[in-house]
Design a protein around this ligand. Structure first.
Ligand code: ZN
Length: 150
């Protein structure tokens, strides 16, 4: 990755952490779940409106580090309008990207998180909102914690 691209990605992450998109409660949501990363102190609630098999709206609220907040913000922008199957497929690609640095296909703005793989302690921060969203869509656990995985 060139230094220019790294700078661009850092700017994107800072921008999304300072001015998170879709940072609000969705009063008409029919799916929601909390994500908790006690190691870093990241704590978010993801809200979604699902119509059939499509996620028509996503928002989040909460607090945490710049990586987790930017990841949640990018997630809401990227996944709105996708089907549940597409969301799960994208989560798998993002998980792979932040753990290995490998990107598959056009990741769009989410590619800004690729550099996280160089900081293993921050991987949980990056995937936390994704875990919470998938849990919300599956309608199972209402709270996911990074300490329950692996
Ligand atoms: Zn964090």
């Amino acid at each position: 990755m060139s230094d220019d691209l790294t700078d661009l990605y850092q700017e994107l992450i800072l921008d999304h952490s300072r001015r998170p998109r879709n940072f609000r409660v969705l009063p008409n949501c029919n799916r929601m779940a909390r994500g908790d990363n006690p190691i870093c102190g990241d704590n978010y609630t993801l809200y979604a409106v699902v119509d059939g098999d499509r996620v028509v709206d996503i928002s989040f609220q909460g607090s945490g580090c710049a990586i987790s907040k930017a990841s949640a913000s990018l997630l809401t922008e990227t996944l709105k309008g996708k089907t549940i199957a597409e969301v799960k497929a994208q989560f798998a690609r993002v998980h792979d990207m932040v753990t290995t640095g490998h990107t598959e296909g056009d990741m769009g703005k989410i590619a800004a998180l690729a550099g996280v793989h160089k900081f293993p302690a921050r991987v949980k921060c990056a995937v936390l909102p994704w875990h919470a969203l998938v849990a919300a869509l599956e309608g199972g656990a209402k709270t996911v914690t990074t300490e329950a995985e692996e």
